[in-house]
Design a protein around this ligand. Sequence first.
Ligand code: PGA
Length: 251
Amino acid sequence: MRRKLVAGNWKMHGMRSHLREIEAIAAAARAHPQVDALLCVPYTLIAAAADIAPDFTIGAQDVHENDQGAHTGDISAPMLVEAGAKVVIVGHSERRADHAETSHHTWAKAAAARRHGLNVILCCGETEAEHDAGRAERIVQSQIEKSLPDGASPDWLTIAYEPRWAIGTGKTPTLDEIATMHAILRAKLRGMIGPSANEMRILYGGSVSGANAASILAVDDVDGALVGGASLTAAKFVPIIEAAAQIAMAD
Ligand code: PGA
């Protein structure tokens, strides 16, 4: 039985003045113990967020593959752990696009995170051009082939399917398209890691909101959501946690 996970990604948003949103989101998560919730905040907020909400999971949005060294501007897994992060996103399409990260980088980052006990949310997803050319399935399968870390296990790894064209655009695939891609991902994972793939959570991400969460989260093989814009305030994020909790209670 896979518990639903509602994960927020604050991207390059959030100042100390927004910590009260984290407190409110943590309180909502506490009120809905049927589901898991977490927030991946900017590095500068990790320690403060972990301090004000000690029972709530705080994560980061990227990690370097090395533990230390001459890598100006980067951050390592031990640093994230020391700051209070419990989870990290790797392979987000904005990292791939803005920083030329490849699936090989994603693989190495996931391995580094795991070495230091961080849970990992590994992202995949096709561009609009790839989608329109009918190449989405092949692209996503190849991203998983190249980036799935050694020893991948549902105990610490979650997959997020995020079509790039759906991120921050208000556009989403149809529910059938989401179901098809998640089934393909599940089959791919089964081929790579065997039956434990049945326990691995596969999140959908891309323009998830309070308005569409209930229908998306009810799709087969959708085990939660990775939420950007709608995770920035409790007012927008809590309804998504509530939608997940309702589905969990009905199951
Ligand atoms: P969005 O972003 O919810 O703002 O579309 C999702 C993501 O990039 O994780």
